[in-house]
Write a protein that binds this ligand. Sequence first.
Ligand SMILES: Cc1ncc(COP(=O)(O)O)c(C=O)c1O
Length: 389
Amino acid sequence: MFYDLASSSWGTEEIDAMQRVISSGMFTMGEHVRRFEEDFARKFGTKHALMVSSGSAANLVGVAALFYAGKRPLQRGDEVIVPAISWSTTYYPLQQYGLKLRFVDVELETLNIDVSKLEQALTPRTRMVVAVSILGNPCALDVLRAFCDKHRLVLFEDNCESMGASLNGKQCGTFGDLGTFSSFFSHHISTMEGGVLVTDNTELYHVAKSLRAHGWTRDLPSDSKIFDKKSDDFYEAYRFILPGYNARPLELSGAIGVEQLKKLDRMVEVRRRNAELFVGLMRGDERFIIQRENGRSSWFAFTIVLNPKCDLQRAKIMNALKEADIGFRIITGGCFLRHDVIKYFDYERVGEMRNADLAHDRGFFVGNHPRELRPQIERLRAVLDTAAR
Ligand SMILES: Cc1ncc(COP(=O)(O)O)c(C=O)c1O
């Protein structure tokens, strides 16, 4: 394809890393995963990093951990404020753990939660806010953090789309009480499948660590505060304390992650240079609403929403993109409230979802890659210009 949605970011380093794992014959979670976690925590400046099998698993383990950790654990029926646009598995663990979702519209230009609606979304039952930075663009994490502190709410940061982005010099994914990342193919780093949960809270980390692997104690240090280690090793080896999962990553993913992480800054720089070109070519054309950067975006992709003030048909633009061999897709998952699965949720809308609906009906994104895309972006610009006449 001339301009694809995503491409591989692997070089010989990743293949060599895989080969080392294959030669060792040890494929289940071990040294490489541990090394990746250490590198990840150091890179993002968090106390703890826990690798899991996917970003979705990080969200699941993260939400579950909040039900078993702390003096005020979450409880079924508690309310959580969420943006109307995100990926399905941002929301699923919330539903699975019996939380009630209060959906807030996004801003049309950043595509992130409209923080002016937060007070309206708050009720006496609100316990948590889920912050999502859409497609590399930091949401108002500073405002969300202050709001959560003021109202004693948990800030859960699903940063699966925005590794390498920052706001006021602080890495996205580290504003929350816990943050999650994805390293699925097409994301800022790729470990085939993979995810990471970060937190500075040691109790939460230990609970998440137990939940990652069968709810057992085996991976926990003996001085962990979440259980009392007994002297009988026979039972301690298979001691279950929490209703957990098997969300462990493979050693191959850990080994690839170590190599990918070394390249992250450089890959984000290339993405940002592509974005400079894209924004430079699109800026000022009122037919197309592009994502307004908040802080320092890691530019997962380039979004375009057809301005409702202009009489443009998305189908016509999509046909032109198809003919030009340019890939495109819906923005993240579109407005989540528009999906059939919503019938299984306990939820309320906080006002209208005008912007999320506009992004759903009149938006799409094209890919960004960790390599130079000048010819692709220039062709995209020309195709859009002609198709929107
Ligand atoms: C916001 C968000 N959360 C969670 C995920 C899930 O990540 P994964 O595909 O690694 O399960 C994604 C996937 O792209 C995402 O965009």
